[in-house]
Design a protein around this ligand. Structure first.
Ligand SMILES: [Zn+2]
Ligand SMILES: [Zn+2]
Length: 305
């Protein structure tokens, strides 16, 4: 799994940063599918400059309807269609997303030829597709806003078929039960416990991608022991009052949230356009004072999970 940041600025684009969008490439069990989180203006331009393929994009999760998070949708959708991509795409986001997309398309006499589904969500489970469980969590922002936790299911170990054969247990439909770790009673009365024949399982990866938010009580549960937490750090520590008043967090607050949740890594993003890359060392130090495993996103940065 890889996180590719396509836009890491808050509110307006700057010379260095575009507005919010993050791509997540899934591993081989999903044949390299791409999920995206938010789609600020000109995300399709950023997408073109990255190694990502539009045909692989199959889900977009919107945190909230502020323009810097959704103004890229109409262009991205229609270009994906004009480029001949026919694979389905599903959008998830707060109430109003469907109206925004449908109105933008209809008023501009635009349409898409691929199957497009728009699902308006509430807090709770968004879906469980057997590989990943995605849940939505309410953020503390000035409009309805969600963060998403992506939890990969644990992968069971491989069944040692050679050893079963060597012990006189023939292949058969019971192999499926053994693969699930269940106990099977054979025709000769022997009890065979699947768990004894399974290799070690691989723990599923987890990540929490926050929307715009002031510090919120749900953060600790949403990001509990995640491999990667992506959190906004709009302003520096000294500007806490201003940040929180607008439903945003500071560097210190993002780092504190990661520490309290027991996250393994924090990637901070959504920086105010008042900061250039030259300010980043100072801001990063503010986070690392509290949570040393902090990294800062910049446009086109790739993080491997
Ligand atoms: Zn924002
Ligand atoms: Zn916002």
């Amino acid at each position: 799994m890889e996180l590719i940041f396509l836009g890491t600025g808050a509110g307006t684009p700057s010379r260095e940063r575009n507005v919010s969008a993050i791509a997540l490439t899934l591993d081989n069990c999903r044949s390299g599918a791409i999920w995206m989180f938010d789609c600020g203006e000109a995300t399709q331009h950023q997408f073109m400059r990255s190694p990502l393929k539009p045909g692989k994009l199959d889900k977009i999760f919107i945190t909230h309807l502020h323009g810097d998070h959704i103004f890229g949708l109409p262009g991205l959708l229609t270009s994906r269609s004009m480029g001949g991509v026919m694979t389905p795409l599903t959008l998830y986001g707060p109430k109003g997303l469907k109206s925004f997309v449908e109105t933008s398309l209809s008023l501009s006499a635009s349409y898409v030829t691929f199957p497009l589904e728009i699902i308006e969500i509430e807090a709770g489970e968004v879906f469980d597709d057997g590989h990943y469980i995605v849940t939505a969590w309410p953020m503390a922002h000035v409009i309805e806003c969600y963060g998403y936790r992506i939890q990969e299911h644990d992968k069971p170990g491989v069944l040692d078929a050679e050893r079963l054969k060597a012990e006189g247990i023939a292949a058969g439909p019971w192999f499926q039960q053994l693969k699930r770790g269940e106990t099977v009673i054979m025709d000769d009365g022997r009890e065979v416990c699947g768990k004894d024949y399974l290799g070690t399982y691989t723990k599923g990866k987890s990540l929490a991608i926050f929307g715009d938010t002031a510090p919120t009580a749900v953060a600790s549960e949403m990001a509990r022991q995640v491999d990667v937490m992506v959190h906004e750090a709009t302003l520096e520590a000294a500007m806490q009052e201003k940040a929180n008043g607008r439903g945003h967090s500071t560097t210190h607050q993002a780092a504190t949230a990661a520490k309290q949740a027991g996250a393994k890594r924090l990637i901070a993003t959504h920086f105010s356009s008042r900061y250039g890359y030259a300010d980043m060392e100072r801001l990063l130090a503010e986070c690392r004072d509290i949570f040393p495993a902090t990294e800062f996103a910049r446009d086109f940065a790739v993080f491997t999970l």
